[in-house]
Design a protein around this ligand. Sequence first.
Ligand code: ZN
Length: 246
Amino acid sequence: MNNNIKKLWQLINESENIVFFGGAGTSTESGIPDFRSATGLYSTKYENIPPEEILSYNFMMTNQDLFFEYITKYLIHPDAEPNTCHNTLVELEKEGKLKAVITQNIDNLHQKAGSKNVLELHGTVYKNYCYQCGKKYTLEEVLARESESKPTPICDECNSFIRPDVVLYGESLNSTTIIETEKVLHDADLLIVGGTSLTVYPAAAFIRYFKGQNLVIINKTETPYNNEAVLVINESLGAAFNMKHR
Ligand code: ZN
């Protein structure tokens, strides 16, 4: 086994308060495309509009059908299954070593794998609510209301539209999630950052709240925090974060 992976597992075994901070790379091995790589979602325009524009608050308010068409087509993956990384995190949480998973993903795969303390910085497509009256809807209920001719899901109570509980461009992160994220990072002794290039702000700025000794980065490409890490592993998460290396 590669020495870096051996070192990773030594650190995990010696630590008592681990936090995992993950990005799109956590889910690519489950078949969910990432955003920013060469083949990622953001490399392809939709109806000649850049995805960053579609996934904005203004666009949702002004081009609803196209907004929902895009979300359903590209951001909802009901058949995706958790992978090795998700499953390893579940085991470490059960052992009491892992205190929280902080994720930039909106795909619910950590919960599907069985993780309990998951902080979703960008929300989740699995929760939805009416823009007007706030009535809550599950993803299944939303999908049942959508059709090809009418992609925008409509609330039964007030006829407004039902929006996903995700943080769009132009919106702020949830304040309760921010506070909890800062707290778990502050208390951690080992922070493992995986599958993210740490270039998306404000999410990436949270790394500053970590005060522990051991920052580990597992990512195929370089990140701005590499020189602060005690260990950098340029491999897939599935390869590194596998219990069989323990
Ligand atoms: Zn409503």
